[in-house]
Design a protein around this ligand. Structure first.
Ligand code: SAM
Length: 335
């Protein structure tokens, strides 16, 4: 331990039972061999239910970090610290890092890794806030401790951007992105590995096979691209499916056109429950039912204002048109 470590935050006290194997220049790089040795030494067994698939291709760790465009004034949120390999890189690149890990055994390994690699006199460790626990309080809510840590880090770095950069646990990747986009302070950029299918959905355009409610929710607020499709072999253990690195850039001016984020989210979700049905019938039901003259009149006015064809379906409507549709629908429905 360096002398400066006596000053590091209390959550970074050196763990007593686990020890990261060290070479001369700190812990080895995260390869399959390194992880197997480390986990055997500390008696760690992987919990597949928690999406513990570690990124072991070092070029892709580079690509993930590079694609995020992190600067020293930025705040980065990482969900799933794992053994701390990505956390370490993020801490070198950013002003502050908030990292959250649900598995206490991994949280301890990540802490020890950061202490071991801290070659800048405790500064690296001081930049990292490790929140141990579930990043989600519920399916629809971020853990308050994580939100508070982000708030605190952003107040320390007022000139920086807030970036989500993570090899996300697949089981909770959708609620992580969706819930962040529902908060008053969403990310400026998100650069994440997710299931390939989810990556394609988040970046899909109207009329394509992948287009769904998530495409609209993300597409109405962000510009997005799939940076790279990843085969299972770049992770250990190998997942059964392909993954992708996805980059999202928040577009605040477009986001500001959404009058009520919660209402818009639920409107899109409800409409996509019937994505193959004609939109008119779905809207009439949402407006009060087809037995009701007022509902049919409301939807007729909405169609006229929107200039919709009778045969239009939800999957053909772009995210921006959805934002207009939602506003017009609620305006016309109000007495
Ligand atoms: N960052 C590491 C890497 O790139 O190799 C690990 C990524 S691994 C795909 C996902 C990590 O997220 C695991 O360490 C897992 O324990 C953690 N995790 C899973 N569900 C979580 C949750 N709800 N909240 C916080 N961490 C979670």
């Amino acid at each position: 331990m360096t002398a400066a470590e006596s000053d590091v935050p209390s959550e970074f006290h050196a763990p007593s039972e686990l020890h990261v194997p060290q070479g001369q220049a700190g812990p080895a790089r995260q390869t399959t061999a390194y992880l197997k040795k480390l986990f055997a030494q500390v008696g760690f067994t992987i919990d597949a239910r928690r999406g513990q698939n570690f990124l072991v291709d070092l070029n892709l760790l580079d690509l993930l970090e590079r694609s995020a465009g992190i600067t020293p004034s930025d705040v980065v949120l990482e969900v799933g610290s794992g053994t701390g390999a990505l956390t370490e890189r993020l801490a070198h690149a950013a002003g502050r890092v908030v990292t959250c890990e649900i598995d206490p055994r991994l949280a301890q390994l990540a802490r020890e890794r950061l202490l071991t690699v801290d070659d800048i006199g405790g500064d690296l460790v001081r930049r990292v806030e490790l929140v141990e626990g579930d990043v989600l309080e519920s399916k629809h809510r971020f853990a308050p401790a994580v939100l508070a840590a982000i708030e605190e880090a952003c107040s320390q770095q007022p000139a920086g951007r807030f970036r989500l950069v993570a090899n996300l646990p697949y089981c909770v990747a959708t609620p992580i992105i969706s819930n962040l986009l529902a908060t008053p302070r969403p990310f400026d950029t998100a650069t994440v590995t997710v299931q390939r299918e989810m990556g394609e959905r988040m970046t899909a355009t109207a009329g394509t096979h992948a287009y769904n409610a998530l495409s609209v929710w993300v597409g109405a607020q962000c510009r997005g691209e799939v940076v790279r499709v990843l085969p299972p072999s770049v992770f250990w253990p190998r997942p059964k499916i392909e993954s992708a690195i996805v980059h999202l850039q928040l577009e605040p001016a477009r986001r500001a056109l959404i009058q009520d984020l919660g209402r818009f989210h639920d409107f899109v979700r409800d409409i996509f429950c019937h994505r193959r049905k004609l939109l008119r019938g779905v809207l009439v039901r949402m407006a009060g039912g087809k037995q009701n003259d007022a509902s049919r009149d409301t939807v007729a006015r909405v169609y006229e204002i929107m200039g919709f064809d009778e045969s239009v379906r939800a999957e053909e409507i772009s995210p921006d048109a959805f934002v207009n549709l939602e506003r017009v629908f609620f305006e016309q429905r109000s007495p």
